[in-house]
Design a protein around this ligand. Structure first.
Ligand SMILES: O=C(O)CCC(=O)C(=O)O
Length: 270
């Protein structure tokens, strides 16, 4: 499924796209695999704070194949190009509200999150809310990007910040630019969602530097490499094309992960 030019233009303009039912047919086994990863990790989600496993689909051979899934591959390739880089991703039990934020802010390169939802979520029960257009780099000083401080800035609650609510059913997928402001309110203490993070292949020294900076961020999860051995060992040549450039630019990660282990009581939860 190649995206249409209109979908691409929508993504460029507003920073996100919504794909109802994209993996609906596979949601049974995907959910089983999700649960199996958490069970094997020994992490028991008690609802008091977010539980997070990184990288996530990498933990199970079958979930790794989501990267080869024609619908998922075409979605990502339509936005980032056929030779996109796979950057890992997280599997989560979210708890309660998530205030407005973006997943970093990239002035260089194109960074995409593909989010898979396993539970029905409405506007008031924790679905993703986005501020359309807030990903645009020439809007980096737009005050709406400060929505985390909505109470102080505008005298309104987090929930009242103008937004679009992307209500989801199990098997729905949302893709968004890492720069996009997003949040979630009113959700339960156990909302299941996992992500695939990607970026466009890097061609300039500046883009490579940005990639290496992103990779360095993996240290807070105490990871010494961005992908699991399972992901790499079971990769077809086509999948390997999405792993190779990241593998060539992660040699700084083990030292950073060792430092994080020495300084942090536990790996980051997001
Ligand atoms: O669902 C949530 O609570 C937050 C989601 C989020 O921050 C994300 O998808 O990056």
């Amino acid at each position: 499924m190649k995206l249409s030019p209109q979908q691409i233009h929508f993504f460029e303009a507003f920073g996100y796209l919504y794909f109802p039912g994209l993996v609906k047919e596979e949601i049974g086994w995907i959910t089983e695999e999700f649960e199996a990863i958490f069970a094997a990790s020994g992490q028991v989600h008690d609802g008091t704070q977010r539980s997070c496993i990184v990288p996530f689909i990498d933990q199970r051979e079958r979930l790794c194949t989501l990267l080869d899934h024609p619908k998922v591959d075409r979605l990502i390739a339509s936005i980032l190009g056929d030779d996109f880089n796979y950057l890992g991703g997280d599997g989560n039990y979210y708890t309660g509200d998530t205030r407005w934020h973006s997943d970093g802010f990239h002035l260089i390169g194109r960074y995409l999150k593909v989010a898979f939802y396993l539970d029905p979520l409405s506007a008031n029960t924790g679905c993703l809310r986005v501020i359309p257009g807030s990903h645009q780099v020439d809007l980096q000083d737009w005050p709406a990007r400060q929505a985390r401080d909505a109470e102080a800035l505008w005298g309104i609650s987090q929930e009242m910040v103008p937004h679009v609510a992307l209500e989801t059913q199990p098997g729905d997928v949302v893709a968004f630019n890492h720069n996009l402001m997003h949040a979630s309110f009113g959700g339960s203490a156990a909302r299941r969602m996992f992500t695939i993070n990607c970026c466009a292949r890097c061609n300039t020294p500046e883009e490579i530097q940005e990639l290496e900076n992103f990779v360095a961020g993996g240290a807070r999860f105490w990871k010494e490499q961005m992908h699991s051995e399972i992901m790499r060992r079971t990769a077809s040549p086509t999948r390997m094309r999405h792993l190779q450039q990241v593998m060539e630019h992660e040699s700084h990660l083990p030292a950073l992960a060792a430092k994080a282990r020495a300084e942090m009581a536990e790996p980051a939860r997001g």
